[in-house]
Design a protein around this ligand. Sequence first.
Ligand code: NAP
Ligand code: MG
Length: 403
Amino acid sequence: MDKIKMTIPLVEMDGDEMTRILWQMIKDELLIPFIDLKTEYYDLGLEERNRTNDQVTIDSANATKKYGVAVKCATITPNAARMTEYDLKEMWKSPNGTIRAMLDGTVFRAPIVVKGIEPNVKSWEKPITIARHAYGDVYKASEMKIPGAGKAELVYTAEDGTETRELIHNFTGAGVIQGQHNLDESIESFAHSCFKYALDTKQDLWFATKDTISKKYDHTFKDIFQEIFDKDYKEAFDAAGIEYFYTLIDDAVARVMKSKGGFIWACKNYDGDVMSDMISSAFGSLAMMTSVLVSPQGYYEYEAAHGTVQRHYYKHLKGEETSTNSVATIFAWTGALRKRGELDNNPQLSDFADKLEAACLKTIESGKMTKDLALITSIQNPTVLNSEGFIKAIREELEASLA
Ligand code: NAP
Ligand code: MG
């Protein structure tokens, strides 16, 4: 069989620990035998980030702007322990944070739904994708403890010196205050990313805040979404047969629990933080969760939602067998390959991505899986495979479907 050709390369961001091991196995077993794989390779492993003073991370983000599509392996975000473990020059920032800041994107996380791993919510038939705004609000707030009686105000001083004041509270005793902010520009790019992603994936988009209580702050989010939708996306949504709707956050939560799934739920920063953990655990496992950063300019960076699976890596280093689930990392590759296929008008490549994903699901549905899934599956007597065995089992399914 001829290998599938690629015209424009993917930006490949290699990473750390157990996921770095899986990365190579995935390429060797599931990609290179079938595709003339073209990538521009950046090693985001911690040693190389340290050697290049983190320039490699910046270069990889710039390459993503150039080529439009990247696939990223999980990476270590250094802490004190990693400083000594890797003898680091500096406590380098999280690569995900650096890349997100450069691409200015929104992160979309969706569970990979497979028969045998049932969601805890019985009505959910399709994945629910969380789109989390990743700037501002309580994550960039200033706070103050109020020791006793006194007046607290919000003060805005314009560049010409004019002041606008709003009373927070006339304290008669001790308490606390907090000042939050967000930027129209950031909310606008969040909105564009959400509308684009909904069109891309042909799913309805829900957005919810508490605008009845927060009549200026949350209401601004609601208004910006509505203005951008009416101006730039309404027609395309109608043509695609999908819907945008806004509701209150408490109503959204109630509806999510009764829904069948199959939509995107856009959340403010805090709501997204909380709700994405609820959605991922209710659907089964972090190892079955995809994550893609979509920039308002339409750049895409695909990755797994989990980390480098450090505990498994240390077992691997000791020569012990591991049973690490590679599905989310494989889906990062398929997401990127499918997108490359769409952008380059290369249906063979997109079709390969579909088949590889189907092969992963079929493998699990036939009872072959890694240990994390065997612990939660409803399939009787599953076969527990090691990291490599699982990837080889997927290859068998893939070859059968390509034959
Ligand atoms: P983690 O790598 O997500 O792993 C936490 C635990 O979850 C594992 O010990 C394992 O449980 C289970 N797990 C996660 N992924 C799995 C998989 N694919 N297959 C099977 N089990 C899986 O999180 P962490 O241990 O807290 O973080 C390790 C490193 O990853 C840290 O240095 C952190 O900075 C980094 N990190 C990177 C990213 C990213 O690049 N996007 C995200 C998060 C964390 P058992 O050990 O019980 O089997
Ligand atoms: Mg969280």
